[in-house]
Design a protein. Structure first.
Length: 351
């Protein structure tokens, strides 16, 4: 069965606020951090947490990389108690020269899934085709495995409906940046915090190779130009046959050291990127519900004479919106109510 790719041929012409941070767009000095945060904020704002879950689709052109990323993210979501919050899927673009002739899971993917302990059932399923017309609406987030695939999807968006969709279609390598992943985090997100989201057993297999992978990503990102980013997209040049690269190599002195090139680097980077996606999605959901609860408090309690007992206030809020209040535990709700009442008293005392 040959995979089917449905895509429009119209060019993508949408203009976004990210252009203000792009190299050469105006006289403002280029800031990589600002550029990444602006793109991340657009993506965060395009998501809707009201359904209490996000569906994420990984897209490749090999029927290989996306299914591995799907398996990785499923394991990371489970490890972070988000098994029923984040739902990863995978699909393949058939029109690519690299696309397989059938949808069967490649042997190389099964090998990697077995090595990392990913779900064998999911990894061995037949691949599905990426359908531009349906998938952009069906999934909350589209993750292109590399920049080339992302550009193909964006260029295929019809000009009449494309605006807004570009914010939900991102490249996997973007989630290697803490600036991108941490845009909705209430704390200063660090690389270590992202790595801690990965199950220790999985991370130990990838850790020896990640520094080399990160160095490649950092060197390309710091260049600030499109050509440098294409060169540095660690996923763009990866092939399924790379899985047979040795994980350890011998030096001239006969010492065994981690292989600093090939698939082990791709695997490590993909694992961290999937952890970054998980962090980004969970933080986005927290931020949206935090804002919704704050608005709910402001709607119900905005005068001093409206200050009542915490329990009564909680009951009133839950009657007002179970969908928002249900996201928080009673302890969390009570703490927010107390804080709101204290701020309300301080506001009127100051006046």
């Amino acid at each position: 069965m040959r995979l089917t790719f449905i895509a429009a041929t119209l060019l993508y012409h949408a203009t976004t606020v990210v252009d203000a941070f792009s190299p050469g767009s105006n006289d403002t000095p280029f800031s990589l951090s600002a550029y990444q945060k602006a793109r991340a904020k657009q993506t965060s704002n395009s998501l809707d947490a009201s359904r209490f879950h996000f569906q994420i689709l990984f897209v490749d052109n090999t029927n290989f990389h996306a299914r591995i990323a799907e398996g990785m993210m499923a394991r990371i979501a489970e490890y972070n108690d988000a098994l029923f919050t984040l739902f990863p899927y995978s699909a393949t673009i058939e029109s690519s020269d690299n696309a397989p002739m059938d949808s069967c899971a490649p042997e190389e993917a099964l090998t990697i899934c077995d090595y990392l302990g990913l779900c064998s059932t999911t990894c061995s399923e037949d691949g599905t085709s990426f359908n531009l017309q349906n998938d952009l609406d069906q999934y909350d987030l589209i993750i292109a495995v590399d920049d080339e695939i992302q550009n193909l999807i964006l260029r295929s968006l019809p000009t009449t409906t494309g605006e807004g969709y570009e914010h939900k279609c991102r490249s996997l390598s973007e989630f290697l940046s803490v600036n991108f992943c941490g845009v909705e985090n209430s704390e200063e997100l660090t690389q270590q915090m992202i790595q801690d989201m990965i199950e220790p057993g999985m991370w130990e297999k990838a850790r020896p190779y990640y520094d080399a992978a990160k160095a490649k990503f950092d060197s390309s990102s710091s260049s600030g130009d499109d050509e440098g980013q294409r060169r540095g997209d660690i996923f763009s040049e990866s092939k399924s046959t790379d899985v047979y690269n040795p994980r350890m190599i011998l030096t001239e002195n006969g010492a065994a050291i981690p292989n600093q090139s090939g698939w082990p680097l791709v695997e490590a980077a993909m694992l961290v990127a999937c952890a970054g996606i998980t962090r980004f999605c969970l933080d986005t959901m927290d931020a949206q519900f935090d804002e919704a609860f704050a608005q709910l408090l402001g709607t119900h309690f905005y005068r001093l004479d409206q200050i009542i007992s915490v329990d009564d206030a909680d009951d009133q809020l839950r009657l007002g919106s179970l969908s928002v209040t249900g996201y928080f535990s009673p302890k969390e709700r009570h703490a927010r109510i107390v804080q709101h009442f204290e701020e309300l008293r301080s506001k009127f005392e100051a006046e």
